[in-house]
Design a protein around this ligand. Structure first.
Ligand code: ZN
Length: 166
């Protein structure tokens, strides 16, 4: 399979509620691999299964530049959150657009890996933001639904006051 097509806004798939992933089989391994490859090729920091047309609770996140921080999140849930951060956000399904979104500063996430083993992860800052964004996708929510404001083309290219706050 390899690189998959990323669904863009206007497609109903992005608005659906995803079902739990129940089988930890070869198909899931392939999906996770393809999603990571697709995310890296598109230069994104996260991708949720509905963005490639699969209505399952599966997401990948990697906020590092050298692709060393891949998180494979199966059936993830945020079980604790703390603080807040306000900053820029974009989405591979809404190319060319950005908004200012307020998210928790810290989250604790419970998830399963590709084998079905359960883990908990505590993280903060940009990775916490990326995880919140991807988990929203699993319930059909896009950042434009929760943003404080949309950025203009000029603002996307330049500096905005929110870049200085967290
Ligand atoms: Zn997105």
């Amino acid at each position: 399979m390899g690189i998959r097509k990323i669904v863009e806004i206007g497609d109903d798939t992005l608005r659906k509620h995803c079902k739990p992933q129940e089988k930890f089989d070869h198909r899931l391994q392939v999906l996770l691999k393809d999603m990571a490859e697709t995310m890296y090729k598109a230069e994104g920091v996260g991708l949720a299964a509905p963005q490639v047309g699969i209505l399952r609770r599966v997401a990948v996140v990697d906020i590092t530049e050298d692709h060393s921080g891949l998180l494979e999140l199966v059936n993830p849930e945020i079980i604790e959150k703390d603080g807040s951060q306000t900053g820029r956000e974009g989405c591979l399904s809404l190319p060319g657009r950005q908004g200012v979104v307020t998210r928790p500063m810290k989250v604790k996430v419970r998830y399963q890996d590709r084998k079905g083993d359960a883990f908990e992860l505590e993280t903060e800052g940009f990775e916490a933001r990326a995880i919140c964004h991807e988990l929203d996708h699993l319930d059909g929510t896009l950042y434009i639904d929760v943003m404080d404001r949309e950025l203009s083309e000029e603002e996307i290219k330049g500096h905005i006051p929110e870049d200085d706050t967290q």
